[in-house]
Unconditional design. Structure first.
Length: 104
């Protein structure tokens, strides 16, 4: 294995982004921060898709899958932020622990 290859550096970046996102997801309790951390996790998956396409020799497939994930991720982020706004209006807080007060 060539340790000076750009693929190895990209793979290390993917693992680093994934670890940062996972740590942030475990630590934060704020709904908006959770949406932002999920965005970091998805970005690592997108880079991994493009990297897998490059390694397999099918760059176009990796890029098209990445665009599909970007579109789906944008929809999820918009819905998550809209739900966070509604929770803030209803409860008055964005803390996850305060969501346990909801009934029904």
């Amino acid at each position: 294995m060539n340790f000076d290859s750009p693929v190895l550096y990209a793979l290390l970046g993917v693992v680093g982004l994934f670890c940062v996102g996972l740590y942030g997801l475990l630590v934060t309790r704020n709904l908006i921060k959770m949406v932002a951390v999920l965005q970091v996790l998805v970005k690592s998956a997108i880079i991994a898709l493009v990297l897998a396409g490059k390694v397999s020799g099918q760059v176009n497939l990796g890029q098209s899958l990445a665009v599909t994930v970007i579109v789906a991720d944008t929809v999820v982020a918009v819905i998550g932020l809209a739900l966070a706004v509604q929770v803030r209006r209803h409860i008055g807080s964005l803390d996850l622990r305060d969501l346990s007060t909801l009934k029904g």
